[in-house]
Design a protein around this ligand. Structure first.
Ligand SMILES: [Zn+2]
Length: 418
């Protein structure tokens, strides 16, 4: 089996041949030894066979791990072959999902970070990469750290530090690249502001963000770039799938890394579409693979040639939101990212949450805001939201420090009542 081209200027027909070759080679091992998939799949000789394979959900994986603790039955190799254990953040309140990697699949993660994500952001061997994360059991920062190390960059962990310590550390060591969630990048900027530190004078020239769609939301990206005087990039990935995408120099969306995954977009009826839920099959993690996995991410895709030269499928505007985060106001379907794009145009706003109350089968939605300065008038924001979204969203200012803080994934929706 030939190795995947790092260069994304791949002909779509060549790509489909490559997909089928990799899939067939991997499935041969999986069907022989992996009981989770042996019960669900049959051999794939062509694309017709592939499209008949069932979709896989996170619920099915969680149920399997609950029935067969601690790792479930999605194991192609004996446990001795695996060298890393990570788990999902469980951010939606559920049980975390455990995921194992072999030395080979871990190397696959790091190669994708180095060859695609960092390359697209222009990160090089001479860079100093600061990772403002806690380094808990979640896989994202470990893979980002290893990928930067593989590239030859100097990697700096920001684990077990306060925001102020992280800022001082970044400045002291001359970090040139910051990795964090978009929300946390803005919180660091807020802390810097309070301390009288001008981040624009720092050496940081690139920021890369994941965990939330923020870095693909124009107003959020502009706020980060303004605060740091840096260029801001988005990255998508999932513990159970791998690093799936990156934003390129054109920065109007996310390229999906099609040399390492098969991506599909399915509408609500399960038919192929340009808009719907993203479904992915990884092609480099055969110890614990995922076939036709429903990511829960709502996307809109384009095959048009991008000015950056990449032929990879593009998610227009990044991930629109989680399929189950969509909310409805007076019959209008909205995602938190659409609200965020308006809210982040107000530098005074430091945190916000969309509060959703279900009353008499109607969603009553309002926006809770933390702002700097004594008096933040919500009138202009409410008018802008109404203009952009076509519905009224009442805004309420709450006391500073009262909205939940998260270093991993900010939950933008809060459900009140049932
Ligand atoms: Zn591009």
């Amino acid at each position: 089996m030939r190795s995947a081209p790092a260069d994304s200027r791949t002909d779509p027909d060549e790509l489909r041949d490559l997909h089928l070759r990799k899939l067939r080679a991997g499935l041969a091992e999986v069907l022989a030894a992996n009981t989770f998939w042996r019960d669900r799949l049959q051999d794939v000789r062509g694309w017709d066979d592939f499209e008949r394979l069932p979709l896989t959900t996170k619920a099915a994986l969680l149920a399997d791990q609950a029935t067969h603790p601690p790792f479930g039955t999605n194991l192609t190799y004996p446990l001795e072959r695996f060298v890393r254990l990570h788990q999902t953040s469980g951010s939606s309140g559920g049980q975390p999902l455990r995921w194992l990697d072999t030395a080979e699949s871990w190397e696959w993660w790091l190669r994708i970070w180095a060859d695609h994500v960092y390359r697209a952001a222009g990160v090089k061997a001479g860079d100093r990469v600061f990772l403002a994360f806690s380094f808990g059991p979640f896989i994202g920062f470990w893979s980002a750290f290893g990928g930067a190390e593989r590239l030859g960059a100097l990697c700096i962990s920001g684990g077990a530090m306060t925001s102020e310590q992280r800022l001082r550390s970044m400045l002291d060591v001359g970090a040139t690249v910051l990795l964090s969630t978009p929300t946390y990048a803005l919180r660091l900027a807020d802390v810097a502001n309070q301390l009288g530190i001008d981040l624009r004078q720092s050496d940081v020239r690139v920021t890369i963000h994941a965990g939330e769609p923020g870095a693909s939301i124009p107003a959020t990206r502009a706020a980060i770039e303004e605060a740091y005087g840096a260029t801001c990039f988005d990255h998508t990935g999932m513990t159970e799938l791998g690093p799936t995408g990156f934003s390129c120099s054109q920065r109007d969306g996310i390229h999906l890394i099609e040399s390492e995954f098969i991506f599909e977009v399915l509408d609500a009826d399960g038919h192929p579409s340009v808009e719907g839920e993203l479904v992915a099959t990884n092609l480099g993690r055969w110890g614990m693979p995922l076939i036709r996995y429903r990511t829960g991410d709502r996307v809109k895709v384009s095959r048009e040639q991008c000015s950056c030269g990449s032929a990879f499928l593009k998610l227009l505007g990044g991930i629109q939101g989680r399929v189950d985060d969509m909310f409805t106001v007076r019959g209008v379907n909205l995602f938190p990212s659409q609200v965020e794009d308006i809210v982040r145009r107000y530098p005074e706003v430091v945190e916000f949450v969309i509060e959703r109350r279900r009353e008499r089968h109607m969603d009553e939605v309002s926006l809770l805001i933390e702002a700097v300065g004594a008096e933040f008038s919500t009138d202009r924001l409410e008018a802008d939201l109404r203009q952009a979204l076509g519905v009224r969203l009442p805004c309420h200012v709450v006391e500073r420090g009262t909205l939940p803080r998260s270093e991993l994934k900010a939950r933008r929706i809060r459900q009140v009542g049932s």
